[in-house]
Design a binder for this molecule. Structure first.
Ligand code: NI
Length: 259
């Protein structure tokens, strides 16, 4: 049963310069589908182009919370909206909040996150949410937005607590795990991964960042390496790698509305 990498920055030059080989190695390893995720207008455009080029590649378009305050993204929202309506664009993101790098931009981050939430409501396409040092803020923004529309989305590269995972699950969110869950010190995160309902768990690389154990020293990370993260999740959930692949792929196709 083939795997679906729900979050890969395939536009990143470390991967895009050899996109064909990267996709081929993924396919050879059993990773048949992947969502290429944008972080601003040019990267979103590149992800859409990659989705056009490769059968198993889909795209997500959006503006990452760590760049929302920059001049470069000031006028891009109209173009992001246009891209969001393209057929192989299956999600809105990468969006969310990040209080790790720069706490002074929180207000503008909130405005942009809200724009992505509204675009998700309009298009019916799920959000892909980045959350760093801001669990309470994200969850409360999602909970208040859920009053005006139906929240659908993915908590990407989840590293939070079981408590915040449960609140996200209650909103209807899916929880996606990246390479971090395989690290030796990530005992608490593996315990969270064991508790996620079978119909809400996803797996991803977040390539080119943070290769999974035992390939941690390999850079860049790439979708082919996701088999290690999937094996780790199967292990903590006490199921076979085949069953883990079957449930996560079914979940990914359901949330991305891929037939
Ligand atoms: Ni990412």
């Amino acid at each position: 049963m083939p795997l679906f990498d729900t979050h890969a920055h395939l536009d990143n030059p470390q991967l895009s310069t050899n996109a064909r080989a990267v996709v081929q190695r993924a396919n050879d390893a059993g990773v048949s589908w992947m969502t290429a995720i944008g972080t601003d207008l040019p990267t979103s455009q590149k992800c859409v182009a990659l989705a056009g080029e490769f059968d198993g590649v889909y795209a997500a378009v959006g503006v990452h919370p760590t760049v929302v305050h920059t001049d470069e993204v000031a006028d891009c929202w109209g173009d992001i909206r246009d891209l969001a309506n393209k057929p192989k664009v299956v999600a809105i993101g990468e969006t969310g909040l990040d209080l790790y790098w720069d706490k002074t931009t929180i207000d503008i981050q909130r405005q942009w996150f809200r724009k992505h939430i509204d675009l998700s409501f309009e298009t019916g396409k799920p959000l892909v949410i980045h959350m760093r040092e801001c669990e309470a803020e994200i969850v409360s923004m999602l909970e208040s937005s859920a009053i005006t529309g139906s929240i659908i989305g993915i908590m990407h590269s989840f590293t939070g607590t079981l408590e915040s995972a449960r609140r996200c699950l209650e909103l209807g969110m899916y929880i996606s795990f990246a390479g971090m869950v395989t690290f030796k010190k990530s005992t608490a995160l593996r315990a969270v991964a064991a508790e996620i309902p079978a119909d809400r768990i996803l797996v991803e690389t977040d390539a080119p960042y943070l290769s999974p154990h035992p390939l941690r020293s390999k850079r860049p990370n790439e979708p082919a390496y996701m088999v290690h993260t999937a094996a780790c999740l199967a292990d903590v959930r006490n199921i076979s790698p085949e069953d883990l692949a079957a449930i996560t792929t079914e979940n990914a196709k359901r949330i991305f509305k891929i037939a």
